[in-house]
Write a protein that binds this ligand. Structure first.
Ligand SMILES: Nc1nc(=O)c2c([nH]1)NC[C@@H]1CN(c3ccc(C(=O)N[C@@H](CCC(=O)O)C(=O)O)cc3)C=[N+]21
Length: 394
């Protein structure tokens, strides 16, 4: 099962939330942003974005798309907007335009697969030339179903690229000391190059104590304060960058979205996504704003963005009208909403109302199949980097 609705603070009916419901709730309640990145996982599905081309119709490129720089043809083909057919009345053309999306889909699932292949090839070479096999240790405390699924997915991803995985599962009521003991063992174990403590931890544990205990050389999550601190400073280099924000930037790079000089707005200021995402964008020479739960005019600020990274954990919170035409949207949210038509009884939606946003933006990540798979790919990448650094390999 996915993340439970206790995370959804905006709506008393989180399972029912769609764009229209979100709009009503926004009018009813003063808007509240929360400071975590939403997450949940089951199986990975790629959001389809297929257009059937009908030769009887004439097409034109959506004007917003012109704002997006060159996109790699191998990742996704140009998406065209159905605009007109000679014999249509003006009103029917307008109606059709309103149902046609025009944003390019940023296919995180495909990019992540490509990255896994690149990593797999490099690990195979490293193994045969040096005998070094990268190792990743994951510590899971408690029995949250979503956490168990993430950990399982990470393990599977490690197997596909040739990373050895180590796993410790501890009961919910374990003592903090027990977790610290395992961290210390992994810190000392030369076959472990990366250590990940699955978050969130049970509430009786001090997250800070635990994250501080991970050796910074093995902090593949990039959550150690020293790594975050270096990320924030000019002229300093962190050993690792947090996986989700790194995955967001990687998607922008791989889709040739220029960041330098652009206005970027990060929605959410969590330690694990929003804040490091803003720092990374700044390092890439964007001008950044962070919109959070106390921001007075979030819509106005978001509307100025060339690039939006949304990481608040509110289903469909960012509406189409908040988006500047041609903006590029990276949606980090993975929120379960009730869906009787889905076999599981729910489906996953992002923090951005995809249906609306895809008509305004020039490119957008789907949920699922966007940032989620990239997070895991970046974890593998960080683990490989760590093994290379520890063994002094090029
Ligand atoms: N120490 C730590 N590091 C983390 O990186 C970390 C964590 N704790 N706690 C939980 C969050 C969440 N997270 C995700 C990873 C992959 C998907 C993912 O692959 N999602 C797929 C599948 C979606 C589905 O169908 O369930 C998708 O979006 O397409 C999602 C979420 C990592 N997290």
């Amino acid at each position: 099962m996915p993340q439970q609705p206790h995370r959804v603070t905006l709506s008393p009916f989180p399972w029912r939330q769609n764009c229209a419901a979100a709009a009503r709730l926004h009018r009813m309640a003063s808007m509240r942003l929360t400071d975590w990145s939403s997450s949940s996982t089951t199986t990975s599905r790629l959001l389809p974005f297929s257009r059937t081309s009908n030769p009887a119709r004439s097409y034109a490129v959506c004007p917003a798309r012109r704002l997006l720089p060159m996109l790699p043809p191998n990742i996704a083909s140009p998406v065209r907007l159905l605009t007109a057919r000679r014999d249509f009345s003006a009103s029917s053309v307008k109606a059709m335009m309103s149902v046609e999306a025009c944003a390019k889909v940023i296919d995180g699932k495909a990019v992540a697969k490509k990255i896994r292949e690149e990593i797999g090839a490099e690990i195979a070479r490293m193994k045969s030339e040096t005998g070094v096999v990268p190792g990743l240790a994951v510590i899971l405390v408690g029995d949250r179903k979503d956490s168990a699924t993430y950990v399982r997915n990470k393990k599977k991803a490690c197997e596909t690229v040739g990373i050895k995985s180590f796993e410790v599962c501890l009961p919910e009521d374990s003592a903090e000391q027990e977790v610290l003991k395992h961290i210390s063992e992994f810190n000392d174990d030369p076959s472990v190059h990366g250590i990940l403590v699955q978050l969130p931890l049970p509430s009786h544990m001090n997250e800070q104590h635990i994250l501080n205990a991970v050796s910074i050389e093995k902090d593949v999550d990039g959550f150690h304060p020293l790594n975050i601190g270096r990320l924030a400073m000019r002229g300093r280099e962190p050993l690792f960058v947090p996986c989700t924000p790194k995955g967001c930037i990687e998607l922008l790079h791989r889709y040739n979205v220029e960041i330098k000089g652009k206005r970027a707005v990060v929605v959410g200021r969590s330690n694990i996504v929003g804040m490091p995402a803003a720092l990374l964008l700044q390092r890439e020479d964007a001008t950044i704003s962070i919109v959070h739960s106390r921001t007075r005019n979030p819509e106005e600020i978001i509307k100025q963005a060339d690039i939006i990274i949304a990481a608040v954990g509110q289903p469909n919170m960012v509406r189409g009208t908040w988006i500047r035409p041609g903006a590029v949207i990276i949606d980090v949210g993975i929120n379960p909403v009730e869906d009787a038509k889905s076999p599981k009884g729910y489906r996953l939606v992002g923090d951005v109302c995809y249906e609306e946003a895809s008509k305004v933006a020039s490119a957008i990540t789907p949920v699922p199949g966007g940032v989620g798979p990239m997070t895991i790919a970046m974890l593998l990448s960080n683990t490989l980097t760590s093994a290379k650094r520890i063994h002094n390999l090029p």
